[in-house]
Design a protein around this ligand. Sequence first.
Ligand SMILES: Nc1nc2c(c(=O)[nH]1)N[C@H]1C(S)=C(S)[C@@H](COP(=O)(O)O)O[C@H]1N2
Ligand SMILES: [Mo]
Length: 524
Amino acid sequence: MARESDMLRGVAVGMGSAILALGVGEFLGAALADASLVASVGDVAVDLAPGWLVRRTIGILGAAQKPALLTGIICVAVVLGGWVGSRGTSGRVALGLAGLLGALAALRSGAGQGGVLAAAAAVGVGIFSLGASQQKADRPAVADGEDLHVEVGASPFEDPKVRAATRRRFLGYAGGLTVAGGALALGSRALADRASASYRDVVLPSVRRTDGDRPAPTTTTEGPWRPPDGLSSWITPNDGFYRIDTALVVPRVDPTSWSMRIDGLVDRPLTFTLDDLLARDLVDAAVTLSCVSNEVGGHLVGNAVWTGVPLIELLEEVGVRPDGEQVMGRSVDGFSAGFPRSVLDDARTALVAVGMNGDSLPFRHGFPARLVIAGLYGYVSAVKWLEQIELTPMSVDGYWIPRGWAKEAPVKIASRIDVPLRSQTVSGRQAVAGVAWAPVSGVEVVELAVDDGPWEECRLERGVGPGRDGESWVQWSTVWDPQPGTRKLQVRAWDRAGQVQPERPKHIAPDGAEGYHVRHIIVT
Ligand SMILES: Nc1nc2c(c(=O)[nH]1)N[C@H]1C(S)=C(S)[C@@H](COP(=O)(O)O)O[C@H]1N2
Ligand SMILES: [Mo]
């Protein structure tokens, strides 16, 4: 009898602890990283789910798919919490693992260290509240105003009055946890809403120009093309765009008081407010942004349509002096990145960007303004939460240079296999596909080799969007009729200057990874 109620108490407290942990995770996630742990886990679930299932559930559940998924995740977490509460140590291990999962999902969705911190705090609070209830369990409640009369040798819990009081106290405790968790979750929504209010006030003008040369989309002789399941979309959606920065807490800059100055080795230093920038003739351009830390086959790369003011126009207005050889961007959070001004001579896209894929910049990607320079790794160019552009001699170093990364960092030619998915078992005729980039000249050819056989040219889709053709990645695909066994797929790209992607594997440090992306696929 006591056993059974012990267990029920454990379940109730476990569930309450799970709700409190979720609330803490959501609140800190919103406060630190502008992210929701539950939503991050949902994204992972969607990514891991087979394409047909996702499409089917969208078909059945429609727009309710996302809320249904999120509700599902919360329910699973609460049930798991109940189970955890009914166990001792093994439950805590499970809780730790759940937290690790949340942290990984948060990292994957670009929540950064703030997301990991939120997940860790959630687990910590969960374990603490379970532990606190354990201590209570060791001390029975005293029934209202009465002394305890306990038979020697019997557990105090055997006394029905004590049992009732203890049960009440535990239910009260579990209820308290639930209320606290719910309040925190509501608080996290309020935080997110308050932030997005200032965000929504910033509206991009609807009329924009493109400076690019992207050719009109053509249909190849092979006919219209349907992207295979699992192939990265040509435009990376904002909430799926990788995030890399040193910020523990995502800066939430107030757009009404923000301004950016251009100074240093210039004739006329100038300051621009956000309204100043928005009132100008804005340009749209699709540009692929990559992190120098992107491993061969990695996902620290994405393609977006950036909206902004051409940097070159702003530099002309301030009048750069001849010794102003370096463009050094600085952020509100003390980050800096610089590149030679001569990089801009080839008329590549270089923007003080205020928009990303038609919206204002998301907080995580630099609201209200950032630099985007085609063909340069982010760490020497793509300053988010931009506050200053300083013209300096080359001797001044940005944030990552004294930390061992190369001073100059053009993006290297690279290609990636997206489908078949890693460790997928396949059979029969099917697509092999992926993305390749070689800014700013552009990808000329992508080739695939099976089992170290001959290199075969793949079909390219150059994407439909504004901007200069060479500055965005291309999607490549081919049809593969595999023989059973373990097969080795290898991809490489050539740029329009006739350079092939370097074959010899090279570490990301100091100036970016090299080597062919290889994927071993089991064919049945
Ligand atoms: N303020 C600030 N801007 C920054 C960084 C940073 O740490 N702080 N990291 C840079 C690096 S290393 C990269 S790869 C890009 C990533 O941009 P994203 O997070 O929008 O993908 O931002 C760049 N801009
Ligand atoms: Mo980076």
